[in-house]
Ligand binder design. Sequence first.
Ligand code: NAD
Length: 478
Amino acid sequence: METVTKGKKMLLGGKWLGREETITVYDPQDNTVITTVPKASKADMLRAIQAAEEGAKTAANMPVHERISVIQKAADYIARKSERYAEIIAREGSKTITEARKEVSRCITTLRVSAEEARRMNGETIAFDQMPGHENRVGYYYHFPVGIIAAITPFNDPLNLVAHKVGPAIASGNAIIVKPATLTPLSALLLAEAFDAAGLPSKILSVVTGSGSEIGDVLVMHPSIRMVSFTGGLETGERIARIAGLKKLSMELGSNSPVIVLKDADIDAAVSSCITGAFGAVGQNCLGVQRIFIEKEQFDSFVEKFVEQANQFKVGDKKDVTTDMGPLITEKEAIRVEEWVAEALEGEATLLAGGKRNRAFYSPTVLTDVPADAKIAKEEIFGPVVILFPVETLDEAIEKANHVNYGLQAGIFTKDIDLAFTAIKRLEVGGIMINDSSDYRIDAMPFGGVKGSGMGREGVRSTMQEMTEPKVVNFNLK
Ligand code: NAD
């Protein structure tokens, strides 16, 4: 196995390949060059698809115990080298070393859960005799793999979100081609290295590095691809959905998640949960808390505590374990966030904390007096900016929370079970957390959104269901 020569190589159809044309990978903290990765061409992508056609047959015929063993070995490999994985996540992306270590540990869990779920991919017997005239039939259904999966992944969890597609794909007997985020391809290549070292038969997994807008269409439109599993922004997701044709689609898109804080809530718990939910991973988190609706009786107290903690959030060097927040993924993104905040402040918004940019770094920012229809309240900011809204009632909070084209997860803080159930029923989201912020997830729960936040569910078991189809078997015993 070879992964490093001048730059990194990509895993394409069972071979680690370099290309003359490369993409430079930078550390967003100081713009230093980390390395280069190959800039794959359309022909490279076609070659990966051709190899995957063979890989899909191998994958489908792999006994379940071999799938389990190879996934467990890949998880063991990552566990043995976890610090190297964490360093790469923290270097190529936005995360601090502490956040990166957590992501590595979650990736190992995602893979181990995938191995366990492979054991449980069972079907059911079918009671054909529920229909008169069908008394002498027995049968069942089982899950068969769809074939080749195209996995397109974002920059913000560059290892674990790739594992969320690769682990379940292998566990359910599919081949998979990963097109990782252009800005953070190294973690995905390290994941491929783990599967290669674990002895995954060649051609089941390819990780093809390159520009999404250049090689993405070839991948998603190809008739041999039976499912596109996409995690990324709404705009890219919509484009892929338009051109993909007749194949399965899983769309894990963005959000501007709401949290509701009612007057009976434990305010200290709500504040600390919303602080990490809003500013963790520099707010570049699909579950990130962006809008907080606070009942007016607690608004002033919440604002005071929230602003105090936001001001204490330490922004700085990602390598330092005392740092709470690193840079955004690029300076360009930090400038975009700065512009959105400036636009809000030119309107009616009031700045309560932050609002300062230094290169790619942007301070934890708190706004209020933002009209519900302002861009910063309706779109996904994907940065460390949170908006506080006072509300009169739970009804008003729910109405405003739903008044956007997103619906991934939401949180509500209350001790009143009836009010919690009202929110559970009426919030238009894929998951609602009671006494946790929207930013709560374990890797083994169904995960996904409604409206512009996407369709389909991840979370290993759910992903495996999406990556398979039921096949019905009927024996006529007459
Ligand atoms: P993005 O949409 O810009 O890019 C995602 C991926 O799509 C990248 O690999 C990119 O190269 C590729 N791509 C770009 N154009 C393409 C094309 N025309 N065809 C095929 N692929 C193409 O997203 P990003 O900036 O990397 O990530 C941030 C977004 O991801 C946010 O909106 C965030 O909320 C979302 N996200 C969602 C989840 C979730 O599980 N719901 C998780 C993490 C991130």
